[in-house]
Design a binder for this molecule. Structure first.
Ligand code: SF4
Length: 399
């Protein structure tokens, strides 16, 4: 490629010289021809862009599309989000995980209404003051929705930039992280100053980096370099060492955690307890559950907690669920709640409780693991008709 020195790419990897103007031009034109048609790309509404960016953190595009569509139908703007019942916000987020993201969206919407008169902040510096918005998200909103020359740097962009210049070191740590931000800034400024690239060139440049990382410069040993618009300049491709970059620190090993989980049946209803005011899953309902040692007897633990003898429990298949670095294994046991369902609910503790019908199970926000369990319940109960308990009785709830 050209001869201008790139400010951000030099250093540990021996990147050679990469012309930011030529690189930005190739990326933008490639994006124009190859961008996927995603629903949030059909709008310049910063609220819609913000919601998409938060949902896309740690989550695949195809998973996000129906969530984003549903969210925008129910909560189409900051005022609707600020005023929404928290339970609705969590319900719309259910299954995406990392629920603090949903809570922060609502906190930020309330800040925008209370402190910005309901007008979405336009500058990255103002966006950075909102809960849940860090440098990447502020840059993404300001560039994509407002076309400001603000940089972005996420996992996809790190991969593209570290390969392009064969940059050694962990891109999440200094000094490489700072150098990558500088390079991302150089590229978006190069696009901004190149009027021949047409309208919305900062937006298109940043999205081209994201798109290239997501669809062509993919993780692992075989990025699709033949389709890459900047392959001529790519140091990793020249060396045949694409899989070496980025040099991320090894993942933390997965830790198994075991739980005894009780499905209690009473008059066609199931006992749920509400997660309290603290912890990652607060505001969600779940079947009563206690963390146990891998060797512990779930019947014994549940018997001690709920006063139901060990031989009254039926064993259901274990339920496995991955959350970040944990593999959760739920030992699920099912029993009739008798003779006093209210006392049993109190024993399950944790604040509010509810004997829920199947319809209520569907409408309440449940954590992903317990949603899986709720979806399997009809099949479990069909195999154990003596436990189904007949039609649901009246609502019973307490605190
Ligand atoms: Fe990634 Fe290959 Fe393009 Fe280099 S040439 S940036 S490794 S896709």
């Amino acid at each position: 490629m050209g001869t201008r020195r790139n400010d951000g790419a030099g250093g540990t990897g021996g990147s050679g010289e990469i012309d930011p103007v030529a690189t930005a031009g190739r990326l933008v034109r490639w994006f124009d021809r190859n961008a996927r048609d995603l629903p949030w790309r059909r709008t310049l509404d910063p609220y819609a862009v913000w919601v998409s960016e938060i949902m896309l953190q740690q989550t695949q595009v195809q998973t996000v599309i129906p969530y984003w569509t549903r969210w925008m139908e129910r909560l189409p703007g900051v005022h609707e989000l600020a005023d929404a019942p928290p339970e609705l916000v969590l319900k719309l987020w259910e299954g995406l995980g990392y629920y603090s993201r949903a809570r922060n969206l609502q906190r930020a919407a309330r800040c925008i209404v209370d402190e910005h008169g309901g007008r979405f902040p336009r500058e990255a510096a103002a966006l950075l003051t909102l809960p849940g918005i860090g440098p990447y998200t502020a840059g993404a909103i300001a560039s994509i929705a407002m076309d400001h020359p603000e940089p972005i740097l996420d996992g996809n962009v790190m991969r593209v930039l570290t390969r392009l210049a064969a940059l050694e070191g962990d891109p999440r740590k200094e000094p490489l992280n700072r150098r990558l931000w500088e390079w991302a800034t150089t590229l978006v400024h190069a696009a901004h100053s190149t009027h021949a690239l047409g309208d919305r060139r900062c937006s298109r440049l940043n999205q081209s980096l994201m798109e290239l990382g997501a669809t062509v410069c993919t993780p692992g040993a075989r990025p699709d370099c033949a389709r890459c618009p900047v392959s001529d300049a790519c140091a990793a491709r020249r060396r045949g060492s694409q899989e070496r970059y980025p040099e991320l620190a090894p993942r933390v090993p997965i830790t198994p955690r075991f739980f005894a989980t009780a499905i209690l049946v009473h008059q066609g209803r199931h006992l749920l307890t509400l997660r309290g005011d603290t912890g990652v899953n607060r505001g969600f309902w779940e079947f009563p559950s206690w963390e146990i040692a891998s060797s512990a007897s779930p019947e014994k633990v549940l018997g001690e907690q709920l006063g139901i003898p060990g031989d009254a429990w039926s064993a259901l298949p274990d339920l496995r669920h991955h959350i970040t670095r944990y593999r959760m294994i739920q030992r699920v046991r099912l029993a009739h709640a008798s003779p006093s369902p209210a006392a049993m609910a109190e024993a399950a503790g944790r604040g509010s409780w509810l004997w829920a019908t199947e319809a209520e199970l569907e409408s309440l926000p449940l954590t992903s693991a317990h949603r899986k369990l709720a979806r399997r319940l009809p099949a479990f109960l069909a195999e154990s008709p003596q436990l189904s308990g007949g039609p649901a009785g009246p609502t019973v709830a307490g605190q």
